[in-house]
Every structure is written in structure tokens, then in C-alpha cells.
Write a protein that binds this ligand. Structure first.
Ligand code: TEU
Ligand code: CA
Length: 528
């Protein structure tokens, strides 16, 4: 049986920023419901919904206080049920975010756990007498002293995100029960937050890829989604090719696919994302080729709620904004794997700079800033790093139209709207047959209608570093994809003949012999 996700395209929604329905400045479930027609027009098969569970919001919902309740700011469980049902009527499935490496410190398990060393929930979390050198992804030590029981608890993320102890079988069973609660509701998949960390061995300072990780995933598979037609995608920042093969090997019964982030370090020096460097697109190409050639199935994505907008980062968000957005779309969507579109990517939304830390919401950026000030760095250099890499860049409200607050809310939005909303918005894109939106729509259609996009072999075409070109081949059919990664002209030549141009971001070509590609030019054609 072919799983539902095999020829699907997934659309990621950051609920807080998508559409506000009741004027409190915060996106919500009814807002999403009101935009299902738009998503159906785009043609996506599923929505990955970032966390909407009950949460104090220290990390915008990735700090969960109750896995089986909806946060009031997003609506109610009835709204969620309505979303699942209405989405189904628009041929869209719902994939939920599963955050089980940690909870909020306001989760009832942690409230109990911290009460006494003998509490039945004590061992659901990781408590030690002394901290070691482990650090939090959000700056500082990963250990927090707790006065009541005079021990430290582990938090690989914020202080308000204590890590769960997966060594405890009772905890694991509670997680599986919760997953089954959601599966029974009729959701179609889970995106698994930092799932590589659940096998952590804190005493050995091992966080990702611990010795029991795959054992836990196999147990989870068996006890929850294993026999279902279900999408599971693991967020695995540290996955090597060998790790990825383990996660997705059908014989091992773990996950459908993983997000790997090898290309994500292209614009940094060393281990810190804040040490900026100009990315080398030849390396980007090499990474894509490596994963296409060696992994049976990839997750294909440029953006998510943690990383900058792709055109601002690797392309051009100025003069060639439209051309480069379409080029990145064409390059990615005709590769082998499951494409993910992050809300706003399909209209070419860009990064959004701030001038003061007061305008920054993201906990990762804020903690880095204040730690940086203490360490003697200048405000200017810290803000420069935040403007290039901070997570708020991709989290600004969805730009629907050119009215106040971009049609996102009738009131003050929780996070500033990008000032370019009058130029870049959904309404304008829908009215222009040549817009980025229709390039995405067309790419989704191509995937749905042509098995070659799903099943075809991937073959690299040798070119200069400026160009990424590849073929997809199925039986005697062959598609050629050619992308100019730069804003300069680039020469390309092939012996092949164009039978049909399938998609392009400039007027269609009719020959492949010694052509000079225009800035960020990209096209795909059937060749003989
Ligand atoms: O992200 C995992 C993660 O490692 C990020 O914190 C990453 O290091 C950072 O965003 C890079 O800029 C997941 C979620 O996607 C993220 O939003 C959460 O903050 C994090 O887990 C904790 O749940
Ligand atoms: Ca609202």
C-alpha cells in the first residue's frame, strides 16, 4: 500500500502568525479555518500545525502544559475538531506537532515532580545533585537549581522547558497514550520536535543520538502509529546520512522521514548560528546532491519557523525577489522526497529587521542578546546577527492584503508586520498570473499528476558551480531541471532536445544548446 504522504505536499502553519479571527492580535484556529479555501487553491495535501496545546508560551507553544487541551488563545477543542473536519472537506489532512523531549514547567507532571524527591513523578524528569557542562540551546547552563528539593533539573532548551526522562517506562507509556488520543481524533501525522534528543545520556553529556534512541522510536511505532497510514517526520538537527538511513529504513519500523539540517550551517562559522558568514551556494548544491543520491526519501524544505526566509538568506530579496523565490521553489519541488512549504514562502515573504531588542520576541534571540551584552559584545553586532538569523524573521504575521496589519488582524498584532506588506501579499499574488504563488501551485500539480516527480531516479547534470541541474528519469521519460543559483548570467549547454517546457520563471526556452541563463533563471522541461 502506498502511504498517503508519498505524493503529498505539506504546508506548515505557525498558528500565532497565520490569521487572527477575533481581533486579539493572535492568530487562531478559526483564522486557519477561514483560510482553508486559500490552501486548497494552492493545492497542498496537509497542514503541519505548530503547537496549539495549552502553554504559558515561553517558547511560543513548544513548552506544553497540557498535551490534551487547546490553548485558549488559539480556541477550543471544538475548534480543533472543526478544523480537522473542515480541512478534510478541502482534501487537507492535519499533521500535529509532537513535543515530547520536554514539557513546560507548568505541566502537572513537573509540578508534581519538583515537590519532593519521593514524588511518584520525580523520575519523569532529569534531576541531579550537581550540574555538568551541558548547555542549553537558548544560552547558559542546561541545569536549573530548584530550591524545594535542592537538586538541579535538566533543560536542553529554556528553563521553562524541563527535559522528560525517557528512561522511565511509565513516562513513555503516558506519551504513547497521549499520541493515541490524537491519532483517534483523526489526525494524519506527527512532526516530532527534537526527537533525536529523547535518548539523551546527560551524565555522559550526550544529547542527540543517544544509545537507546532508536529502541524508543521502535517502541513508539509499535504502540502508536505503526499500523496506520500515517506521516511521521522527525526533526533531527544532528542526523548524518547514516543516522537518517536508520530512522527511515522501513524494516526498522521507526519514522517516515526526517528533517536534516546540513545546509543550515552554510551561513555560519563553527558551531554557533550567530557567527555569520556568506553562504557558498556551490556547497548548498553539493549537500542537496549528497542527500538525493544517498537517501531513499528526503524531506524537502527551505524554511520553517526557526530559520530565516530562503530568499533573504540564499537568494535575493530585493531586485530579483520574485525570480529567486521561483528558482528556489522549482529547484526543491522537483527533487525526490516530500516538500514542505512554510506559511508565506509561497508569496515570497522576506526577513524582517528590527532596530531594538524591545522588538524581538523570540527567546533564543533574546537570551543570546543579553548573554552577548554581558560578554562585552556591542548592541550593533548582536542585532546584526539577530536580523540575519533570528527566528522572528520567519514568524512575522502572514501578509494577506495591503490593508492595515496586512489583513492579519483588526488590532495590534503580537509581533510586528513586515513593513513590505503593501508590496508583498496574498491578494496581490492571487491577482497576478505570473506570481510566485502560481509557481508553487503549478509545482504541486506537477507532483500530483506525474509519477516521475515522486518515483523518478535522480541524476546530476555536470555544470559550473553557478548552476544546479539535474534529471529525473522514470522508464523512458526524462525531465531536466536547470537552475541558475546566482544573479549573474551563467552558460549552460546540453545535447538534449526540449519536448515540452513544464515550468519556468522566465519566458520558456526552446533550445538547450549554449544558452546564457538569466539571473536566477530556472526551468524544468521534458527532454529527449
Ligand atoms: O527546534 C529545535 C532546535 O534545536 C532549535 O532550538 C534550534 O536550535 C534553533 O531554533 C535554531 O535557531 C525545535 C522547535 O522547532 C523550536 O521552535 C523549539 O524552540 C525547540 O525545538 C524547543 O522545543
Ligand atoms: Ca485571535
Amino acid at each position: 500500500m502506498t502511504p498517503w504522504w508519498k505524493n503529498a505536499v505539506v504546508y506548515q502553519i505557525y498558528p500565532k502568525s497565520f490569521q487572527d479571527s477575533n481581533g486579539d492580535g493572535i492568530g487562531d484556529l478559526q483564522g486557519i479555518i477561514s483560510r482553508l479555501g486559500y490552501l486548497e487553491k494552492l493545492g497542498v495535501d496537509a497542514i503541519w500545525l505548530c503547537p496549539i496545546y495549552k502553554s504559558p508560551g515561553a517558547d511560543n507553544g513548544y513548552d506544553i502544559a497540557d498535551y490534551e487541551a487547546i490553548d485558549r488563545q488559539f480556541g477550543t477543542m471544538a475548534d480543533l475538531d472543526e478544523l480537522i473536519e473542515q480541512a478534510r472537506q478541502h482534501h487537507i489532512r492535519i499533521v500535529m506537532d509532537l513535543v515530547v523531549n520536554h514539557t513546560s514547567d507548568e505541566h502537572k507532571w513537573f509540578i508534581e515532580s519538583r515537590k519532593s524527591r519521593e514524588n511518584p513523578y520525580r523520575d519523569f524528569y532529569v534531576w541531579r545533585d550537581k550540574p555538568n557542562k551541558l548547555t542549553s540551546a537558548f544560552s547558559g547552563s542546561a541545569w536549573q537549581y530548584d530550591e524545594t528539593t535542592k537538586q538541579y533539573y535538566l533543560h536542553l532548551f529554556a528553563k521553562k522547558q524541563p527535559d522528560l526522562n525517557w528512561k522511565n517506562p511509565e513516562l513513555r507509556q503516558k506519551i504513547y497514550d497521549m499520541m493515541n488520543f490524537w491519532i483517534d481524533k483523526g489526525i494524519a501525522g506527527f512532526r516530532m520536535d527534537v526527537i533525536e534528543c529523547i535518548g539523551k545520556e546527560p551524565d555522559q553529556e550526550i544529547t542527540a543520538n543517544g544509545p537507546h534512541l532508536h529502541e524508543y522510536l521502535q517502541e513508539m511505532n509499535r504502540k502508536t502509529f505503526g499500523k496506520k497510514d500515517f506521516l511521521t517526520v522527525g526533526e533531527t538537527w544532528c542526523a548524518s546520512l547514516a543516522d537518517a538511513k536508520k530512522y527511515i529504513d522501513p524494516k526498522r519500523h521507526e519514522l517516515s522521514m526526517v528533517f536534516q539540517f546540513e545546509a543550515n550551517s552554510l551561513d555560519q562559522v563553527g558551531a554557533s548560528k550567530w557567527n555569520l558568514k556568506k553562504p557558498d551556494l556551490a556547497e548548498l548544491k553539493a549537500i542537496l546532491i549528497k542527500w538525493q543520491k544517498n537517501l531513499a526519501w528526503n524531506s524537502l524544505f527551505w524554511e520553517n519557523h526557526d530559520i530565516p526566509r530562503v530568499i533573504s538568506r540564499f537568494g535575493d530579496d530585493g531586485k530579483y525577489r520574485v525570480e529567486s523565490a521561483k528558482m528556489f521553489a522549482i529547484m526543491l519541488h522537483l527533487l525526490k522526497g516530500t516538500p514542505y512549504i512554510f506559511n508565506g514562502e509561497e508569496i515570497g515573504m522576506t526577513n524582517c529587521s528590527v532596530e531594538s531588542i524591545d522588538d524581538v520576541n523570540d527567546i533564543e534571540s533574546r537570551n543570546m542578546y543579553f548573554a552577548g551584552l554581558k560578554a562585552g559584545k556591542s548592541k550593533a553586532e548582536l542585532l546584526r546577527a539577530i536580523n540575519a538569523k533570528g527566528r522572528d524573521n520567519a514568524r512575522t504575521p502572514m501578509q494577506w492584503d495591503d490593508t492595515a496589519n496586512a489583513g492579519f488582524t483588526a488590532n495590534t498584532p503580537w509581533l510586528h508586520v513586515n513593513p513590505n506588506y503593501q508590496e508583498i501579499n496574498v491578494k496581490k499574488c492571487l491577482a497576478d498570473k505570473n506570481s510566485i504563488f502560481y509557481t508553487y501551485q503549478k509545482l504541486i500539480q506537477l507532483r500530483h499528476q506525474n509519477p516521475i516527480v515522486v518515483d523518478g531516479d535522480f541524476k546530476v547534470v555536470e555544470t559550473s558551480d553557478k548552476i544546479f541541474a539535474y534529471e529525473r528519469i522514470l522508464g523512458d521519460e526524462s525531465w531536466l531541471v536547470v537552475c541558475n543559483l546566482t544573479q549573474e548570467g551563467a552558460t549552460f549547454s546540453s545535447e538534449k532536445n526540449i519536448q515540452k517546457v513544464l515550468i519556468s520563471n522566465y519566458p520558456a526556452r526552446n533550445s538547450l544548446q549554449a544558452i546564457t541563463l538569466k539571473p536566477f533563471e530556472a526551468f524544468a522541461c521534458k527532454v529527449t
